[in-house]
Structure formats: C-alpha cells, structure tokens
Design a protein around this ligand. Sequence first.
Ligand code: HGY
Ligand code: MN
Ligand code: MN
Length: 408
Amino acid sequence: MAQFPTNLNEAIDWLASFGAEPDGGVTRTLYSQSWKDAQQALKGWMEDAGLDTNYDSIGNLFGRLPSSIPNAQTILIGSHVDTVKSGGKYDGAYGIIAGILALIYLKKKFGQPDLNLEVVSFCEEEGSRFPIALWGSGVITGNYSFKDIRDIKDSQGISFETAMMAAGFGLSKYRVRNDIQTFIELHIEQGPTLEKIEKSIGIVKAIVGQKRFRITVNGESNHVGTTSMKWRRDALHGAVFMIHDLYESVKVYDEDLVTSVGQLFLEPNVPNVIPNHVQFTVDARHPNESILRSFCQQFVQMFEDHAKKFGLDLSVEMWHEVQPAQMNHKLNEIIQGICTDNMIPCHWMNSGAGHDAQLFAGICPTTILFVPSQGGISHSPLEYTSTQDLEKGLEVLIQLLHQLAYHR
Ligand code: HGY
Ligand code: MN
Ligand code: MN
C-alpha cells in the first residue's frame, strides 16, 4: 500500500494499525505512543492531501482546506482519535477518516470553499486513561482548562501533566478559537437500531446526558474462617447489595434510562480474607437531565442505607458529567433532504453514546450523523460497519459540506 490510504476501508485498517491488539481490538489512549504515532500519521496524510495542518496546545490535530475569502468562518468536522481499551476500529476513527476523504474530494472537484473546511482529530474523548472525558473538544469549547487536569493521574500513577508534556503538549496557553461556525460529526451508531430497522443513516435529534461516578466502600479485612458473620464489616457484601439495587431501581424508569457498573476493584482480593476495600464505577444516562439527576440521587441514598446497615464507610465521587444536548434541526433537515434526494433510508433518533458533538452544541449549530453498527456492537474488537454503509455516510457528509460551504 502507498504510504497513505486511498480509500475508506484502507484508511480504517491503516489507522487501526496504531495500537493494534492481539485480539483484533485497538488501544490508543491519550498521549501514549500509539496515540502519538496515530496523530503524526494522520498529520502526514492531511499534508499529503494538501491541507494546512496544526496541533493546538493539548494535542488536537487540525487539517484545513482554507476558504478563498479572507477571515471566513470555519465548518469543523471530525471525531476522536483515542479509543477504549481493546476497542473497535471505527469508533472515532471513522469520523476523522471520512472528514479527510471528504476534504480531498471537495478540493479536487470544487476547489476552494467559501468557508474554511477543517477536519479535526480530537486528542481524547473516551476517558479511558485519565478520569476525564471529552478533553479534546472540552478545551476547544471552553468546558475545560488546564486547571481541570491538575491533580489527576492514570491507573499507573502517572500525572496527566507529565504525560501531556512528555508527548510534547501542554507547554503553552490554550488559544481559544472564535471562528467555528458549525460542527458536524460522522460516527458509527454503536447500537442496534439502524441495522434492525434497515436504515443507512441515523439523524440524531439529541445526545443523552451522562453522569459517571467512582464509588468507594471501606470495611475491615479479617480472617474468613474465624470471623463470625455478625461481626464482619465486609466491603464486598455491602457493595453487592448496592449494585444489585442499582440495577433493580432502573426498572421503574422509562427505557431511555441506562446504567452500568463497568469497573470494580477489590482489596486485598485474597480468597481467605474478608474484603476491606471495594471501588466500582457507575455510568448513568438519559436524554432528560432532571430524570437522570433524580435517578442518581435515589441510588446514592440507597448506597448510604446499605453502608449503614453493613457498618461500612462510603464515598461517592462524580468525576464526569455532561448535559443532554439537542442537535441543530436545520442541519438535520438538510441531511434529511440529501437522504431523500439520494433515496438513502434514514431514521431520526437519539444517541445513547456520548460524543464530542455534545459540547459543540453549546457553542455553534452542531449535528452528528450515524451509520449502522453490525449487531449493534461497539467498544469491542467485534465492532464492524460494512464498506457500503461507510461509503453512504461519507457520501452524505460530502453533499452536506458542499451545500454548506460552496455557495457560488
Ligand atoms: O461512552 C461513550 O458514550 C462514548 O463512546 N465515549
Ligand atoms: Mn466510544
Ligand atoms: Mn466515539
């Protein structure tokens, strides 16, 4: 293969080679070597395509097809380059690749646009390495600044600042941009809806809000054999009741409410010792902020009641919170028109996954469009979207950008 990909499928496999895992998944966490290699490779591809490239001070990478009009506003497209641990090769990557291919096509076919067209590879969205998510888009949109990462460390105890500076970033003040007029993200659905109803494009009305918590339960370790059940302060026993009731309590809400315990640590994690320390995460989501808030208040109260009953110490820390976001109806109607004109079956829906578009919706007209995920699987090596569906998404993105940025 040439040094840079020439089509969508080649590009997906090319980018997935940075951080490839033996199980077929991809792991590219913020400021890691595979992350740096991927950003540098994307920069090379953008430059080979004739785009003006630059990094901002935290490692977001931009490739710009400049307008012929001085001081023109910018339409930003793109997605995130980081992944979950052993994630799929489409989540985030597809939006960046489709953005680059769209600009290559538009530049070749129509020349310079009337607005700047810029593709971005956001440095971080997942929150996989450090307890902060949407860092890349969060800084651009003013939701985050360097003070938000000051005291955080990854699971190896490496501080965010050390990792950021070792990767060559975080060395200068962030330059806030005021030229971004529109943000558009193309992304895999990561759910089963489009495949089940046989639609090629998802037009997203709203992205759910999410709240992520770290729950710490402390008790007392002791000998399993010599400590009577009534004298124990067993952290895991209490945590099990908390987690069971978390899943039970969802049942009284509508099906848009979702929650999971995705991570659980146990100490000392030895078969014949009563656990004295449990830490687990709760990720809760809903399109309506007040329903989401009341669900979270309810489960925290339940956890406190169980902690009291078992004589345990409880700490509840919400480390990530993002509000539900409405996508721009006018942009979505243009997408609907493109799908109708091209007889591409589409479906208006909500997004249960969080996305960078969620933060841009707070500063400019924004939307995100989906292509189907086979079996609805994502955040897994089994994540897959057919070439045909990937191409259709790219086609709609190209026509959307042509309508928005070429007026003559
Ligand atoms: O967790 C999410 O919703 C997204 O995939 N980061
Ligand atoms: Mn993801
Ligand atoms: Mn994503």
